[in-house]
Every structure is written in C-alpha cells, then in structure tokens.
Design a binder for this molecule. Sequence first.
Ligand SMILES: NC(=O)c1ccc[n+]([C@@H]2O[C@H](COP(=O)([O-])OP(=O)(O)OC[C@H]3O[C@@H](n4cnc5c(N)ncnc54)[C@H](OP(=O)(O)O)[C@@H]3O)[C@@H](O)[C@H]2O)c1
Length: 163
Amino acid sequence: MIISIIAATGRNNEIGKAGNLLCHLPADLKRFKEITSGHTVIMGRKTFESLPKGPLPNRRNMIISRNAGLRIEDAEVYPSLDAAFIKLIDENEVFIIGGAQIYEQTLALADKLYLTKIHADFPEADAFFPTIDFSVWRKTGRETFPADEKHPYSFSFLEYERL
Ligand SMILES: NC(=O)c1ccc[n+]([C@@H]2O[C@H](COP(=O)([O-])OP(=O)(O)OC[C@H]3O[C@@H](n4cnc5c(N)ncnc54)[C@H](OP(=O)(O)O)[C@@H]3O)[C@@H](O)[C@H]2O)c1
C-alpha cells in the first residue's frame, strides 16, 4: 500500500488560516478530486470540520479524533492514526489530506507527496506543513501554471517519491 500525502502550501509551508485554506484555486481543488477519488482519505477532525459539504464523496473518509463520542454520517472516526491504518485492507494508495497535526505525524510514513506550491506568502497563516527533508525525496513531476482571472497566484503541481 502506498501512503501518499496531498497538500497545498505557500512559499513558507503555510497550509491554512483560521481553520480554512489559504486561498481559492479551482485547478487545485480539481486536481485534489481527480487524485483522491475512489481512494481512502485520512484527515484530522479540524480539517473535516473545514470541509464545506461534509464527507468527501466517492472516497472512504477516515477522521482522526480523540473525542470518543464523535459520530459522523458517511465517515469513520478513529481515536488514533494507528487505529485507522489497521482498518485499511486491499488499498493500493491511501491519501493523508491534512491538516498540520496529521501531516506532522505522517510525513515520516509517506511514500509519495503531491504538493501544490502556491507562489505567494501568507503572513496571516496559522497552520503549516512540516519541514520536508528533500534529500530523501525525488521529484517525479512538475507542472507550473500562471495566475489568471480564477487563480489569484501562480502555482505548481509537484510530485515526489521517497528515495
Ligand atoms: N493546504 C492544505 O492542503 C490543507 C489541507 C488540510 C487542511 N488544511 C488546513 O489545516 C488547518 C487544520 O489543521 P490542524 O493542524 O489545525 O488540524 P487537523 O490536523 O486537521 O486536526 C487536528 C485534530 O485531529 C485530531 N488528532 C490529531 N492527532 C491525533 C492523534 N494522534 N490521535 C487522535 N486524534 C488526533 C484531534 O482532534 P480532536 O480535537 O477532535 O481530538 C486534533 O484536534 C486548517 O486551516 C485547514 O484548512 C490545509
């Protein structure tokens, strides 16, 4: 099973502010949907609460929370990452979709990274991706797109595999 992390970060590893994403990039949301659809997604409870329409459709949603009483329709809640991982069977690729706490605890386990690098600084950010040691990752993909009327900043889709 491949463990993949998918995230959109600013120039300084920013990922969120006040419980939400940094900015609206429709192409990134489309890519996220294409890459994760049909797979299991694992997320922290705060990221789940940031989803505008609840559990992500066409994906098995696993939510990590220490709140033992938490029940969410169309999603599974687990008290730890380990408890979620042991429930994965016959998966070819599973996606860690955030947020900061969950990325921090899973970066060392990940085999692949799908990063969207937004070419901007977000000084108001309060959630960050952990520091990546690029000496243990090989870049396998890069596509760059300019800002346009729908995208306030230019951005790159990057893929890495662990060496
Ligand atoms: N740019 C991106 O790609 C991206 C992606 C995802 C999220 N985000 C952003 O990231 C921010 C949220 O990140 P965050 O770090 O604040 O929250 P988070 O990682 O989404 O969720 C944190 C919560 O997860 C649970 N948790 C974490 N570790 C646990 C463990 N070991 N065992 C059991 N439960 C555990 C706890 O839930 P309980 O409190 O319920 O116990 C904790 O409060 C938001 O701004 C969001 O928009 C950005």
